[in-house]
Design a binder for this molecule. Structure first.
Ligand code: FAD
Ligand code: FES
Length: 281
């Protein structure tokens, strides 16, 4: 059992937990993730390791409530426990001194890009972060990003913060003006695909962290398979980071929507059954 030491609400439906998991905290590197299970009957879900405190043995996860398990996870309280917490899993991000780096993040991808930016800065890179959200209220971790980035730019769909428009509008401005050595993109698949299309034109190396559905996280079940450069890869053991210009995006989008109807039924059932019935006839 893994204890929740600190719980914070970072924004609309986005929560952060510091979990007591000493082995994972000691061994984790940027870009890796855990697979957790809330209880014996729970499904396994992958979440990125957003931060660690090796001395205190703590691992930070930040998650958006999108479906049944993430909603249920959000109901757990400080002092409560998670049944399984397995990690670090996946290949760490390739960290080198590339020079001028742009890190693009969308939505809860901001949490996933944080450890990558920290490691890139420690390796001597200049890092500009471009963060996108639908509106100002959905922006998370601004203070943490300000502390670690050389430059920080925001794009919101409605213009309520930063530039009105998409992260790709800002990225296009940057790569038109200066020489960028590498781009990292982490966020919703359509955003990562748009970034890949943009940087491909200029031949800028681009890495993305893919989020296919995962089950066992060991390369055995095949659930997380993605096609990269025409070859089948298992994102849990060979990724989740891949060359953005070689990913088969159409296939990934189609596989992510495979269980959408069942996921909705599962969330509706959870909400209907877990709602407080006090005071009802
Ligand atoms: C390596 C990896 C790291 C991840 N890190 C984070 C993280 O740090 N924070 C975070 O909030 N989420 C992260 N995700 C996504 C997270 O695993 C899913 O949101 C979660 O599994 C949804 O479970 P659920 O039961 O709540 O929702 P479900 O009922 O399974 O799905 C609800 C909705 O979420 C979508 N969804 C399901 N699985 C994924 C997925 N893998 N990626 C994107 N959308 C999905 C579905 O299409 C559906 O619309 C990560 C995914 C991977 C593969
Ligand atoms: S999650 Fe099962 S093979 Fe990757």
């Amino acid at each position: 059992m893994f204890k929740i030491i600190l719980k914070e609400e970072l924004g609309q439906n986005v929560k952060s937990f510091f979990i007591e998991a000493a082995d994972t905290a000691r061994n984790a590197k940027a870009g890796q993730f855990v697979i957790l299970r809330i209880n014996d009957k729970g499904e396994r879900i992958p979440l990125t390791i957003a931060d660690t405190d090796a001395q205190k043995g703590l691992v930070r996860i930040i998650f958006q409530e999108t479906g049944k398990t993430t909603y249920e996870l959000g109901t757990l309280k400080e002092g409560g426990y998670i049944k399984d917490f397995v990690g670090p899993l996946g290949q760490p991000t390739e960290i080198e001194n590339y020079g001028n780096v742009v890190a693009v993040a969308g939505g809860v991808g901001t949490a996933e890009v944080l450890p990558v930016i920290k490691s890139l800065r420690n390796a001597g890179n200049k890092v500009t972060a471009v963060v996108g959200a639908r509106n100002k209220d959905l922006i998370i971790l601004e203070k943490e990003l300000r502390e670690i980035c050389d430059e920080l730019l925001f794009a919101t769909d409605d213009g309520s913060y930063g530039t009105k428009g998409f992260v790709t509008d800002i990225l296009k401005n940057i790569i038109d003006k200066e020489s960028v050595n590498i781009v990292y993109a982490i966020g919703p698949v359509p955003m990562m695909m748009a970034v890949a299309n943009l940087t491909k034109e200029k031949n800028i190396k681009t890495l993305v962290s893919l989020n296919p559905i995962m089950v066992d996280g060991t390369g055995m079940c095949g659930a997380c398979r993605v096609t990269v450069d025409g070859k089948t890869k298992f994102a849990c053991v060979e990724g989740p980071e891949f060359d953005a210009h070689k990913v088969n995006w159409t296939e990934l989008i189609s596989r992510l929507s495979l269980f959408r109807d069942l996921e909705k039924v599962s969330l509706d059932n959870y909400k209907n059954n877990s709602e407080c019935k006090c005071g009802r006839e």
